[in-house]
Design a binder for this molecule. Structure first.
Ligand code: NAP
Ligand code: GCO
Length: 267
């Protein structure tokens, strides 16, 4: 196989969760360009319809389903339906996620649990649902969308950091437990990416100046910019393809260098 062919996803079925917009949508479009058949889900019909229209506009014939990834019965039914209507899933991207920015001492246990449920329990539930067919078919790829918060903490994101740190370890454990079946489970750790999830951190101030967090991220990132969703496409296609067949249990940070950088020295 030629080197470029080893990046091809031709003939593969890819399920990207929560992929009506944002990071999941960009990754799905890239996987489509690399040859995969795209299937996605989202939490309600309105989002699925919005996603279907956006894929159509790009000339992509994606299949979209309503499914709450925290609901184990619904996920099992979805995976069975995809196998029947499209084919067994070869590539899973656990992308669906939520964040709650609340100081820890003001956060209720119910709010904390909700974040853990979507960002950590759900990747467990969806991965568990797709692994048996991957084993039967001789292998598969699972990509967990982790975060800077898989490594770092900051004010207000205790539940999210706990979930994304846990997701890094779930990634390593899936790799450890199912690597012998030719299943590769890796993570992508996006840096600060321009999506609706981070929009509140980039809002212009009343005087037109940058949000202090926006200026902070630019100073903290050697690339001196926020990431775009397109920055994640190449890494995702790599981790979904045969080019990464001996990469397992790894988190690939796509962060413009944030994790490598101690920060600007005071002038
Ligand atoms: P996002 O706002 O985090 O949303 C992803 C999608 O998941 C949304 O469509 C969301 O629906 C859906 N979703 C939420 N709960 C769900 C559930 N229970 N079942 C099914 N779908 C559900 O978008 P994003 O910023 O593109 O983030 C995608 C992933 O990357 C997330 O895991 C996020 O944590 C991670 N991430 C983002 C950044 C960043 O800078 N943006 C950086 C690192 C990691 P709703 O719109 O209704 O919530
Ligand atoms: C925050 C952010 C993040 C990012 C991302 C970083 O409030 O700090 O929303 O946590 O979105 O996950 O990688």
């Amino acid at each position: 196989m030629g080197i470029l062919n080893s990046f091809s996803l031709e003939g593969k079925v890819a399920l990207i969760t929560g992929a009506s917009y944002g990071i999941g949508f960009a990754i799905a479009c890239g996987m489509h360009d690399a040859g995969a058949r795209i299937v996605f889900n989202d939490i309600n019909q309105e989002l699925v319809d919005k996603g279907l229209a956006a894929y159509k506009e790009k000339g992509i014939d994606a299949k979209g389903y309503v499914c709450d990834v925290t609901d184990e019965d619904a996920v099992n039914a979805l995976v069975a339906r995809i196998s029947e209507e499209v084919g067994d899933i070869n590539i899973l991207v656990n992308n669906a996620g939520i964040i709650k920015r609340i100081p820890m001492c003001d956060m209720t246990a119910a709010q904390f649990r909700q974040v853990i449920d979507v960002d950590l329990n759900a990747p467990f539930i969806v991965s568990k649902a797709v692994i048996p067919a991957m084993i039967k078919n001789g292998g598969g790829k699972i990509i967990n969308i982790c975060s800077m918060m898989s490594e770092l903490g900051r004010e207000t994101v205790s539940a999210y950091a706990a979930a994304k740190g846990g997701l890094k370890m779930l990634t390593r454990n899936i790799a450890s437990e199912y690597g012998e079946f030719n299943i590769q489970c890796n993570g992508i750790g996006p840096g600060y990416i321009e999506t609706p999830q981070t929009a509140p951190l980039r809002e212009r101030q009343a005087d037109g100046s940058r949000h202090p967090f926006d200026a902070f991220i630019i100073a903290k990132t050697p690339a001196a910019r926020w990431g775009s969703t397109d920055d994640l496409v190449g890494p995702a296609v790599f981790l979904a393809s045969e080019a990464s067949n001996f990469v397992n249990g790894h988190v690939l940070y796509v962060d413009g260098g944030i994790l490598a950088y101690i920060g600007k020295q005071p002038q």
